[in-house]
Every structure is written in C-alpha cells, then in structure tokens.
Design a protein around this ligand. Sequence first.
Ligand SMILES: [Zn+2]
Length: 346
Amino acid sequence: MTPEDRRSFITTLPLAELHRHFDGSIRPETLWEMSEKYYSAVPGLDYESFRRYLEWDDKEDKSLMDYLDKFHVPLQYTQFYDTIKRVAFEIAVDAYADGVRLLELRINPLIHRRAGLSNRQVLNATRKGLQQFQREHDDFQSGIVVIAMRSHGGNMAKILLREVLGEKEEYHSSVGVVGFDIAGPEAPFPPLLFKDAYALARQMGLGLTVHAGESEGPERIWEALDNLGPQRIGHGTSAGRDPELIKRLAADGVIVEVCLSSNIQTGAIDDLRNHPLPKFLDAGVRVSMATDNPTVSSTTLSREYELAMELFDYTEDDMRRLACMSGDGTFLGAGWLGGGRQEGQT
Ligand SMILES: [Zn+2]
C-alpha cells in the first residue's frame, strides 16, 4: 500500500478523538492574528518564525522541554471569554475536517484565568464554542474533560471539581463536562495524592482518565488503577515494560489513549517501532488512538492512523477495528454513535 492509498483509506473511517488538549490544538494563524490584536507581535518576526514557537519541528526540537515550550505563547491570548470560545469552535472545525466525528476536548481552566475569568466561565466559553459547531453538524458529538494540574495538588483538584459541577453535560442541552483528568509532572505528584479528588469526580458522575506512565514507570499506572479507578489511562507507555500490568489493563477493560507522535517527541518512548501499541492489542487491551496536541505535535488524528498503519503494517480491517474501538471508551452520555461518516466525506 502506498502512502497515498493509506491516506485515502483513512479518510473513509469515522474517527473519535478522546485525548486532545485545548492548549495544544490552537490554529497558529489565529494566534498570529491575536498577537497583533493584543499588541504583542514581536517586531520583525514573520509568520513562519512565529510558528516555530508553536509547532514541533523534527530538525530543531529534541526534548520534553522543547515540547513544553510550545505551550507558552498561546496562553497569553487564551485568557478571554471570546478567545476561548473562538478557539474551541475552530478546534471543532479542524477536527471535523480531519474526519473526527466524536471529540472530547480537555482543558485545565485554572491556567486561563489571568484576566479574571472564573473556572466556570472558562468551561462555559469552551462549551459554547463546541456547541456552536455541533449545532450545525448533526454527525458531530463533543464534550469536555476537565484537567486538574498535578502540581496544584489534590485539594485544588477537589475545589476545581466542585466549582465546575454546573457545567456538566447533563445540565445542558448538548455539550458539557463529561470527564476528569490529571496532567503535569508525574514524579513529584503521584496518583495517590488525588484519591479523594477521583472519588469526588466519580460521585459527580464524571468519566475518569489519568495521564500516567508517560514519564514515569509502570508502578505509577498500577497506583492509578488501584487508587483512582479510571476507565482510561492517558499514554501509559511504560506499561509496555510490564507484562503483568498489560494483563491487568486487559482484564479490567481499561482503555489506553495512545498518542504516537507525542510519545516520541516527549521521549516517552525512544523509537516509534518500540511503541507498546501492538503489545496492547495482542494482549486484548482496548486502546483509543489520539493526537494529544495536534498543533504542538504537528499532526492530525488521521495522520496518527496513517502512522500506526505504516509502522505496524496494519491491514484495512485492523484499522477499521482500531477506529471503532477508539470511540467506545467515550465519556459522552450518548456514547459513540460512530459509523455516521459517509465514504469519501471530509
Ligand atoms: Zn495529554
């Protein structure tokens, strides 16, 4: 199969994205426009150079620090209600154009409050942006996953959860908060610190996912499974080194959100050919293909599918199964309606 054949086959699949961060998915051209609007355009900087601050470049970027650096520039603009709403809308537009028919967008409201918005207003703006797009597209579903920063600690995570209760999906006619996640540095802030927060999120009826085993070893995934009871694990790459853990993930039906490009860029794995995706699938672990951060990673979800197909020599049937499985773990109340996408539609 040629790369063109792979690409055109993948455009026929209905895609579901369960792991995409708001901050890593913003259009560079929107940020460029805003840099002029908010008087922060760097004199003499052209658009191509500006993009270098936002998108991964295989030639220039090498480390986790290079990856994390890409999140600095956007944050000065995503502090205002209208900007957040616009960005959420555009993320939905771009996802849809790439073939995504179910989108869970995750956002940490606390880092968007520098101009005085409340946590709830940040989520409300995100919700309105997604809703605006969803209203015009019957074959598109979306929801929000709230992220608490690990570095803010377990108590802040609980406060955040209580504050955002009113933005839950069930209290709104369409889009709302459907899930809870923790993200940020793993080593100093282990899952155990968030046991009460996850218990509260469960009580609130939210779906539970947790970034784990990305920069830390499999013991952190065990800890997350034993203490937080998530239905999904974000990345979970280090599980590839622990056959017992792989069995546990399969037995519990826990879904691993797999983000190939992100994993190689952040150094979670040393070589894409060593990614545990095939091990997961062979052992019966459910997975969900995802981008993590399309802008930062310079990728799209369809490109991640192409990458998997090419790397592991997957057949069209394998890819169809992967696409079906990817939406099954959604936290959206209505579930993954999938399959609504017509052949060749983009
Ligand atoms: Zn992530």
